[in-house]
Design a binder for this molecule. Sequence first.
Ligand code: TXA
Ligand code: MG
Length: 315
Amino acid sequence: MQLETELLQADSAGFARASEILRAGGLVSLPTETVYGLGGDARNDHAVARIFEAKGRPQFNPLIVHVPSAEVAKTYVEWSHEAEILASAFWPGAMTLVLPIRSGAGISPLVSAGLPTLAIRVPAHPVAQALLEEFDGPVAAPSANPSGKISPTLAEHVMAGLSGRIEAVLDGGACEVGVESTIIGLAEEPTLLRPGGVPTEVIEAALQVKLHQHSEGDPLTAPGQMTSHYAPGAAVRLKATTRMSGELMLGFGDVDCDLNLSAAGDLTEAAANLFHHLHALDAKDASGIAVSPIPEVGLGLAINDRLRRAAAPRD
Ligand code: TXA
Ligand code: MG
């Protein structure tokens, strides 16, 4: 299906049009504070199936549902004490909770790929908030990139990857956080399913427990942990100190490089730049991208997680 993808401005006409498209079962890419999402009505099986289709994503990858408030989230999932603590501390924001789905909640089973749990979050971006309010329903939205490609942090990235495959992109400028939400599983013991925009240590401090770590061999995983999920076209070499021939260098700190994640060595700035810079270097058709070492603390964990996926052998 070849569509004429509309680029909508973040104003009342844009929100009205985006909401009308969602109501009709269409797909709208919306900005969140983490990355752009590829949104569809989470109650509409057809819309959800189209999300998988547009992304070319494997069907077993469940999606995150976006709602305007914790109050609304509680109508879709079985709430818990831990959920209350984390939602009060970090919503709206870059954290997703995985909780048991409430029976009769009306969410399409395709959203959770048949799992009895649902990933849900309240985004902080004012444009996402405005659209959720106007639409007045749950929006399923994975990151708005074709499967296996880098997550988009600008409306232009979405247009480049999905134009012709979705109805519209709502332009909200650059995403501030730049990496996806941290995913916490609460259906059993609190588990880190994916590192992301809210540092793990901060979540552990709020819960006053150490999170269980998801490990690759665990039976039910966050399938977004699929190894080559964030792959640019060029081969990626990590912990590099110099360029090899044919490589471009993605730096961190005071180093000679083609683009620097943060010359000052600031991990928040590096996270915000990560996908922008990977896109920019990948667009230059180099044979490889060499990346400076990034410290494994705070947002560095999420950045290294993405970089390791980008560097993993491709299937
Ligand atoms: O920041 C974000 O989280 C962005 C923005 C758009 O909100 N969304 C995002 O969605 O990154 P996506 O679909 O690219 O990643 C969703 C992750 C996947 O790794 C998926 O496997 C996991 O959430 N997930 C979804 N439902 C789950 C469930 N019931 N149990 C375990 N993992 C789940
Ligand atoms: Mg994704």
